[in-house]
Design a protein around this ligand. Structure first.
Ligand code: PLP
Length: 399
């Protein structure tokens, strides 16, 4: 009898090889105590956090916490049901209202995670016989949504407008077409030329879905994302987002102006066949989203942090994922997995947590140390971080 686990042997060997050097396991870190959005005790050490998606630092916002506590007291720990049966509480409607206001759109549908939002919307709107044209570097939840829906999937080279256009033109006349893009690509922290891409998609008769998971709250004058920043939000048919990044809790959503959008609540399986979010979670999300509408100062400080860290690391000789700072993510490119893991550990010993990212999550087989900044990082912390990178990089021999 074949062992179904044999297929995992290469990754078992890779992990064992990495740990046999006595290194700390980069994939089983424990946050023993969280002190603030930017500091925690991890693996027994006080650590600056530079690898969370807590871009706007909302996890410890006093109003957000108070709203969650109140909802927990008033509505209990969970809904124990689907949104379409007993799982829609006043809080779920309230957070959908907040999302509609935040984006200035007619409809909002909240899912239990951003992963499920992509899974649900993509698989439901693009099914058998339809075509999905998507960037090859799309997030796993986008790929999984494509698989679930059974549409023809046509990938194109990352951010390549011409390649996208060529593929759109090859689709048979009359077929349904969905173009899927992301505002910020989370591995390298680069943004998409959405304005040009959306124009090409529309000129070729496609509907457009943009995942703004890593831009919500931060990019654009009102924090609506890259499409807002580039002045093309009105041309996006579906915006996907998550509560697990700038909003500071958990959950996912889709907003849209499509007049028939509400029917999705009855036909979208990852919305129907799962329990809805706990009342405390939707209450924290609702409060956080409403505060993010007026977070111009925080957005400005986060941009400043991003610019300073990008320049600081570049000046020290690190190779970065983007020439200029384009988002709150700054990816530091490592020569290989071994030195990437060594650098990750050296930084942890310095008291800094970053994300170690490797294939298949990363493009082009790269190993990356992904830094994600927070609006609550002080200017002093950013300087401390640059010093930590310099010492660790020298020790490991990367700079
Ligand atoms: C681009 C993108 N979309 C969707 C998701 C899924 O979000 P969630 O954590 O809410 O499931 C992520 C999460 O990392 C993401 O990076």
């Amino acid at each position: 009898m074949g062992d179904l686990f044999d297929k995992f042997q290469p990754i078992i060997d890779l992990r064992a090889g990495l740990l046999s050097t006595g290194a700390e396991d980069p994939f089983s870190l424990v946050m023993e105590r969280v002190i603030s959005p930017t500091q925690a005790v991890c693996n027994g050490r006080e650590t600056i956090l530079l690898g969370t998606y807590n871009y706007m630092g909302m996890t410890f916002d006093p109003d957000v916490i108070a709203a969650g506590k109140q909802a927990l007291d008033e509505f209990g720990a969970g809904t124990t049901g689907s949104r379409v049966l007993n799982g829609t509480y006043a809080g779920h409607k309230a957070v959908e209202e907040a999302l509609k206001e935040f984006y200035g759109m007619d409809h909002a549908m909240v899912f239990s995670t951003g992963y499920q939002a992509n899974l649900g919307i993509i698989s439901t709107v693009a099914g058998k016989g339809d075509y999905i044209v998507l960037d090859i570097d799309s997030h796993a939840s986008i790929w999984d949504g494509c698989k679930l829906g059974d549409a023809e999937v046509v990938p194109f080279k990352h951010n390549d407008i011409e390649a996208m256009e060529k593929r759109l033109k090859r689709i048979p006349e009359g077929a349904g077409k969905l173009v899927i893009l992301e505002g910020v690509y989370s591995m390298l922290g680069d943004i998409a030329p959405l304005k040009e891409m959306i124009k090409v998609a529309k000129d070729n008769g496609a509907m457009v879905l943009v995942d703004e998971a890593h831009s919500m709250g931060f990019i654009g004058p009102n924090g609506r994302g890259v499409a807002e920043d580039q002045g093309c939000l009105d041309d996006v048919d579906f915006v996907i987002g998550t509560f697990s990044k700038s909003v500071g809790t958990v959950g996912g959503f889709c907003v849209s102006n499509h007049p028939k959008f509400e029917i999705l609540r009855l036909v979208c399986r990852p919305y129907v066949f799962t329990a809805s979010l706990p009342p405390s979670v939707v209450a924290t999300a609702c409060t956080s989203i409403r505060k993010l509408m007026h977070a111009g100062n925080k957005r400005a400080h986060l941009w400043e942090n991003s610019r300073v860290l990008h320049k600081g690391l570049k000046d020290k000789g690190f190779q970065l994922g983007t020439e200029t700072p384009q988002s709150a993510i700054i990816a530091v490119i490592m020569p290989d997995l071994e030195r990437g893991a060594a650098m990750w550990e050296a930084l942890l010993k310095e008291g800094l947590y970053v994300n170690l990212a490797r294939p298949p999550a990363t493009p082009a087989g790269m190993t990356l140390l992904r830094c994600s900044l927070c609006a609550e990082h002080t200017a002093e912390q950013v300087q401390t971080i640059i010093g930590m990178f310099e010492r660790a990089g020298t020790k490991v021999g990367i700079i």
